[in-house]
Ligand binder design. Structure first.
Ligand SMILES: *[C@@H]1O[C@H](CO)[C@@H](O)[C@H](O)[C@H]1NC(C)=O
Ligand SMILES: *[C@@H]1O[C@H](CO)[C@@H](O)[C@H](O)[C@H]1NC(C)=O
Ligand SMILES: *[C@@H]1O[C@H](CO)[C@@H](O)[C@H](O)[C@H]1NC(C)=O
Ligand SMILES: *[C@@H]1O[C@H](CO)[C@@H](O)[C@H](O)[C@H]1NC(C)=O
Ligand SMILES: *[C@@H]1O[C@H](CO)[C@@H](O)[C@H](O)[C@H]1NC(C)=O
Ligand SMILES: *[C@@H]1O[C@H](CO)[C@@H](O)[C@H](O)[C@H]1NC(C)=O
Ligand SMILES: *[C@@H]1O[C@H](CO)[C@@H](O)[C@H](O)[C@H]1NC(C)=O
Ligand SMILES: *[C@@H]1O[C@H](CO)[C@@H](O)[C@H](O)[C@H]1NC(C)=O
Ligand SMILES: *[C@@H]1O[C@H](CO)[C@@H](O)[C@H](O)[C@H]1NC(C)=O
Length: 816
């Protein structure tokens, strides 16, 4: 027995020591579990690996000579080798490259070649199978995983009916394909999109590579060349670096970002160069038809591409940051022959080109004339600088973005009724230049950005190292280093008449709030944080700066802070209408909130929360959303307050575990109250409670009902199950009530308070459900936790808020 073990051990040992580095797989040479196939100059290597700490084994390609294992391709993405005993990668006699476990084929290249095929790994990372005549019969570049390497194509091959697109790994331990894809449109002018199932998340848009003139001056080595093929048999895009000794790659990651990286030898690391989408403005079609998102605003903000000729379809919605209606023309098109014309808009990200017609050899003038004679043609453009390409759009123009001046984006000519035309008539001659140049499509965006960002990185590093003067445009830099105004303590003491009790607005979770007035007459709200926090000053300042960067019209704006001795003050904009609870739970005040206002408040809170969860740079779980933390401005628009105080954390962590529960009875999800687990889904729970409170005008906590239900949720659930949901509506707004919206709100509220966190919708689904008319999923049984079942926590009875310490350190998160 023992002998056998020793024999086995030495066999394994021997086997290991024979790990071979092959450079070809042929009928006589195959790869085993420990062997590798190396590219001719040793840039890439093919072999077996375990991702992270996973037990699963995969066949993949990674860089040979860099210290961080960076996998760029995986063969058996969704068929891990678990318990595989005798692995072999070999060429069969029919020319198939196959991966075998105990002679059972687990994965294979699908093509065949007659006899004596071989497999090699090229220095560009492409694993190829060639036949005896050295013709490629199969290549890994035709099956991209999550990584685009230089020379690799994205797009479509119409002859073979193949599509080249990226799909992310599920997570860092599991290379199985996630739901996202980054690939080319099926129809219309070539353009790449990031999709999740049928929905589009982000679009590159046809670009022009003269967008950033002169960038290549900075670094010759990081100059990119783009190759685009558009012909009957193929639409594809690829990139290369001018200096191909620099390693670079573009990765689609599992949280829907395209990241590009360059290997920097002297820091021995991957430099994250740029990632897309960059901001909420990059979200697909965020401003809808004829709308444009202002990327200069920190806060997302839509406007019509032209305020003279277009107006928001739904001005009211527009005023409350609901951009769903988009914009419409002031004067509708009639298409009287010849009377219409075009208005030119410069520097735009061209609209969605899914439904376009194009011609690769047509002057701009011909392009305009052809568009004018077709009533369904809404706009035309030439996306290319050096070629006469003609592009026509037929539907409303979606996902336009007006870029900053001087960014060199292309022009678009939009059809207008004759009365809207002024001297600015366009359709000018622009033909003539007909240079043979490579066409540009989308990833150029990523890659051009890559250059810029690399440049910024270098510039910043250089400045740090040498203390050299301004390299960057100073205004750009200040935007990045934006600091929060520091107020002096005496100034705030003055403004609040020495924190006079008369000026006290209330007592929040982290301390009392005072009203104040600055010398110039501006009204402010001052939160005086409890003194017993152990947090250091620098930490505090950093946190506050982070929070101050969160700006959205449904969040209370932080104006500044004040630190003096052990005093820590936060200065907010003042909200004249105080908090939502003072309205909805008050007999007389609640008359002021009719149904339309209530519904707007519900939607506004949802948008604010979505921003915290998803759209802001930090990912914030509020953890204490409740009626008294929603303030109302003079127009009754809701603004969430106290966000970021509980705990902010970066990156993509969506769940964490805390030992100290900070929250409020009645709004806490069961998993948070019982186990201290908080996530965006625990905020969704609080939101659901809030919705039900807004509709009913009753508090969840302390709700007593003759039927003996333990709380409001239980009551709503019973009414819902009996089809009597409408009885829930608060008497004071019953007259103005719009039954479909009320029922929808209650339904969404119930979806949010479901017992199981995974069943609850996230805030983007909530917003979609509230604003659409589609069918909603059936809610499952909600959580009826009563106070008796909750752990005992000290909380101040005046404000229902448990915990009173500042507790929002990023580094403190004890993630599970
Ligand atoms: C590999 O083969 C062994 C023995 O036949 C089997 O137990 C194991 O499940 C196989 N693994 C895979 C991934 O097919
Ligand atoms: C081989 O073909 C099958 C069916 O056509 C397909 O499902 C599979 O993904 C292909 N495998 C590879 C490695 O191309
Ligand atoms: C494969 O190569 C061997 C030796 O190089 C040769 O003898 C054999 O005929 C070849 N097989 C085919 C099918 O060409
Ligand atoms: C399309 O372009 C590809 C790549 O340049 C080329 O291989 C192919 O032959 C072209 N097809 C046609 C129909 O021109
Ligand atoms: C994906 O990329 C974005 C942008 O670089 C980054 O913030 C995020 O953490 C990445 N996600 C994962 C799972 O790596
Ligand atoms: C519009 O006018 C042009 C000449 O001005 C004519 O050729 C064309 O047929 C007319 N089209 C329609 C739809 O009337
Ligand atoms: C473009 O069209 C013009 C005339 O319409 C023709 O002379 C020229 O050869 C065409 N160019 C290409 C590249 O097809
Ligand atoms: C107008 O454009 C549409 C969409 O491409 C096309 O189907 C239609 O035939 C065109 N009409 C004319 C008169 O060219
Ligand atoms: C377009 O033409 C200009 C001038 O001939 C040239 O400098 C530039 O590099 C060209 N752009 C592209 C994308 O080739």
């Amino acid at each position: 027995m023992e002998g056998a073990a020793i024999l086995l051990f030495s066999l394994l040992f021997l086997h290991k020591s024979y790990a071979a580095e092959l450079n070809i797989i042929s009928d006589s040479r195959f790869l085993t579990d420990v062997d590798t196939l190396v590219s001719p100059t040793g840039v890439f290597v093919l072999g077996f690996f375990n991702p992270g700490s996973s037990e699963n084994r995969y066949l993949g390609i990674w860089y040979k000579n860099i210290p961080v294992t960076t996998v760029v391709w995986v063969a058996n993405r969704d068929r891990p080798l678990l318990g595989a005993s005798q692995l072999e990668l070999k060429i069969t006699d029919r020319g198939i490259l196959g991966l075998f476990n105990n002679s059972r084929m687990i994965w294979s290249s699908n093509t065949t070649a007659s006899g004596n095929a071989t497999a090699k790994l090229w220095d560009n990372g492409n694993l190829v199978v060639v036949d005896q005549q050295e013709r490629i019969v199969w290549q890994s570049f035709d099956y991209p995983t999550d990584t685009l390497l230089p020379g690799m194509k994205l797009g479509r091959d119409y002859v073979r009916g193949k599509e080249w697109y990226l799909t992310p790994w599920k997570n860092s331990q599991d290379p199985a394909p996630g739901e996202l894809t980054w690939g080319a449109d099926r129809l219309g002018y070539p353009e790449n999109k990031l999709r999740q199932g049928a929905s589009i998340k982000f679009r590159g848009g046809p670009w022009s590579n003269e967008r950033f003139p002169g960038v290549s001056v900075f670094s010759k080595s990081l100059t990119f060349r783009y190759d685009v093929t558009v012909n009957k048999s193929e639409v594809s895009f690829s990139y290369n670096l001018e200096d191909n000794s620099i390693l670079s790659r573009v990765v689609l990651n599992s949280s829907a970002h395209l990241e590009s990286w360059a290997w920097v030898d002297n820091v021995r690391g991957w430099l994250p160069v740029v990632s897309f989408p960059r901001s909420a403005c990059d979200t697909y079609n965020i401003c809808n038809a004829y709308g444009t998102c202002d990327i200069n605003m920190i806060q997302q903000s839509c406007s019509c591409i032209d305020n003279k000729r277009f107006k928001p379809k739904d001005q009211k919605g527009w005023d409350t940051a609901d951009w769903s209606g988009g914009c419409i023309r002031n004067t509708p098109l009639e298409c009287k022959n010849g009377s219409e014309g075009f208005i030119k808009y410069s520097n735009v990200k061209l609209p969605d080109a899914e439904n376009t017609w194009f011609n690769m050899n047509m002057t701009l003038e011909e392009c305009g004339t052809k568009c004018l004679t077709n009533c369904t043609c809404m706009a035309y453009a030439n996306p290319e600088k050096n070629r006469s390409v003609c592009l026509h759009w037929f539907n409303d123009l979606l996902d336009i973005q007006v870029l900053p001046e001087g960014s060199g984006g292309p022009d678009i000519f939009v059809r207008m009724a004759s009365s809207e035309l002024d001297s600015q008539y366009v359709s000018k001659k622009q033909g003539g230049e007909k240079l043979k140049i490579i066409l540009l499509v989308i990833i150029p965006v990523v890659l051009i950005g890559l250059i810029i960002a690399t440049w910024l990185c270098y510039a910043r590093r250089k400045r740090k190292l040498t203390g050299e003067g301004e390299i960057l445009n100073p205004s750009k830099r200040h935007e990045e280093d934006m600091e929060l105004p520091l107020f002096s303590f005496s100034m705030i003491a003055n403004a609040t008449t020495n924190f006079s009790p008369n000026n006290k607005l209330g007592e929040g979770g982290f301390g009392p709030v005072y009203k104040g007035m600055l010398e110039e007459g501006k009204e402010i709200a001052v939160k005086r944080l409890s003194k017993n926090s152990s947090q250091g000053l620098d930490e505090f300042k950093n946190e506050v700066i982070c929070i101050s960067k969160l700006q959205h019209r449904n969040l209370v704006k932080l104006l500044g802070c004040c630190i003096q001795g052990d005093e820590k003050l936060l200065i907010y904009e003042y909200m004249p209408n105080k908090s939502l609870d003072s309205f909805i739970f008050d007999k007389t005040q609640s008359m002021l909130l009719d149904w339309t206002k209530r519904f707007n408040i519900i939607k506004g809170i949802a948008r604010g929360l979505l921003y915290l969860h998803q759209d802001s740079r930090l990912r914030i779980i509020h953890r204490d959303l409740k009626a008294s933390n929603v303030l109302l401005d003079q127009d009754m628009n809701p603004k969430i307050s106290d966000f970021g105080l509980a705990r902010s954390f970066g990156g993509n962590e969506t769940q964490a575990n805390t030992e100290r529960v900070v929250g409020t009875y009645g709004y806490m999800s069961p998993e948070y109250a019982l186990d201290g687990i908080f996530s965006i889904k625990s905020d969704a729970f609080s939101f659901g409670v809030l919705v039900l409170e807004i509709v009913s005008g009753k508090r969840n906590r302390g709700f007593i009902q003759p039927e003996n239900e333990n709380n409001l949720i239980g009551h709503v659930w019973r009414l819902y199950s009996e089809g009597r949901s409408l009885e829930l509506i608060d008497a004071s707004c019953a007259e103005s009530c719009h039954p479909p919206e009320v029922l929808r709100s209650i339904h969404v509220g119930l979806l949010c308070v479901q017992q199981n966190a995974a069943d609850r919708p996230n805030m983007s689904s909530v917003i979609m459900m509230l604003s659409s008319e589609g069918e909603l999923p059936q809610p499952k049984q909600p959580s009826f936790l009563t106070e008796k079942e909750l752990p005992v926590i000290n909380y101040s009875s005046s404000s229902y808020t448990a915990g009173s310490t500042i507790d929002f350190t990023i580094t403190e998160v004890g993630a599970r």
